[in-house]
Design a protein around this ligand. Structure first.
Ligand code: PBG
Length: 323
């Protein structure tokens, strides 16, 4: 045998030398959940280790993440049921919980990057990402609400807005609204290939945002499709997206690779709530080593071609490498 691949695996130093993929804290965006009130920190039962914070405790959480080296965040607000309506009007209330939280974070930590979610579901009494009329999700009417929402977020201090709604034309629409109002420096990370997935469950628990009726299959993509992701990528690019995102990540590593190979834009992947919950649940049962599984999962997403990973593991990972 002249070729013995095991030679390059024989010691830790050699293995490290030939390692093709490395993770760093700069790769991560850490999602945060916000609730009304004071001095609140409530764990989400389906996401062990992840909490919903009132604005005061949220600032402490951001501080401890920044000290660990995690500097980019994706905040989400949990809106009381009585403030939700069909038009999701609370989504563009400048004094609402979400813009208040953004302003507070940016005031206390001007250097962190905030990527804010643009979609109606946490604010909609129907629990859908768009306006519902006779069971149908209206596209163009929804764009107007998304535009108002993105503008309020930009005014509050968002660095990047992240439309996660999958309406047609939203990236171009939001780009125009932001530019017309003078926010041409605010970026757009489009949830480009967002699939109708069963792995969103714990997130919808966290925000009580599950659809009241039906599913999201008329706007989120069919998980059997990959060419369709290229159509979405092409449109988002033409419409002015600064980043393309694939969501979820783990059952979609081929889609991450596909977009990486077909675009010059940075590619993000969202390692979503259900993916996090699976690892945590198995680890809590003693069925797998949770820490090792975390590193393996995150490395696989990077290896597939993601430049940026949105993950609930960001803080865990930062604590892990500090140890
Ligand atoms: C809102 C939104 C969702 C997630 C991010 N933004 C839920 C959904 O589309 O139903 C899910 C994130 C996760 O599961 O971690 N549209």
């Amino acid at each position: 045998m002249t070729r013995r691949p095991r030679r390059n695996r024989q010691s830790e130093v050699i293995r490290n030398m030939v390692e093709e993929t490395t993770l760093g804290l700069n790769d991560f965006i850490f999602p945060l959940f916000i609730i009304e009130g004071q001095n609140k920190k409530i764990e989400i039962s389906s996401m062990p280790g992840i909490n919903r914070f009132s604005i005061d405790t949220l600032l402490e959480e951001v501080n401890s993440c920044v000290e660990l080296g995690v500097k980019a965040f994706a905040p989400f607000a949990s809106i009381p049921e009585q403030l939700k309506d069909k038009m999701a009007s609370e989504s563009h209330n400048p004094d609402g919980l979400f813009p208040r939280a953004i302003r507070e974070i940016k005031k206390n930590f001007p250097d962190v990057v905030l990527m804010t979610d643009v979609a109606l579901d946490p604010y909609s009494s129907d629990g859908h990402d768009g306006i519902v009329e006779n069971g149908e999700i209206l596209n163009d009417e929804t764009l107007e609400v998304l535009g108002k929402m993105a503008l309020v977020q930009a005014q509050a201090g968002a660095d990047i807005v992240g439309p996660s709604d999958m309406m047609d034309g939203r990236v171009g629409y939001i780009r125009k609204v932001l530019d017309d109002a003078g926010y041409n420096k605010v970026g757009i990370m489009s949830y480009t290939a967002k699939y109708a997935s069963s792995f969103y469950g714990p997130f919808r628990d966290a925000l009580d945002s599950a659809p009241k009726k039906g599913d999201k299959k008329t706007y989120q993509m069919n998980f059997a499709n990959s060419r369709e992701a290229l159509i979405e990528a092409e449109l988002d690019t033409q419409e002015g997206a600064d980043f393309l995102m694939v969501k979820p990540a783990l059952a979609y590593l081929d889609i991450i690779k596909l977009l990486r190979e077909n675009s010059h834009l940075p590619i993000a992947a969202y390692n979503i709530s259900g993916e996090y919950a699976m690892v945590k649940a198995a680890a809590q049962n003693g069925w797998i080593d949770g820490e090792k599984a975390m590193v393996e999962v995150l490395t696989s997403i990077k290896r597939a071609g993601a430049d940026i990973i949105l993950t609930y593991f960001a803080k865990d990972y930062a604590q892990f490498i500090r140890r």
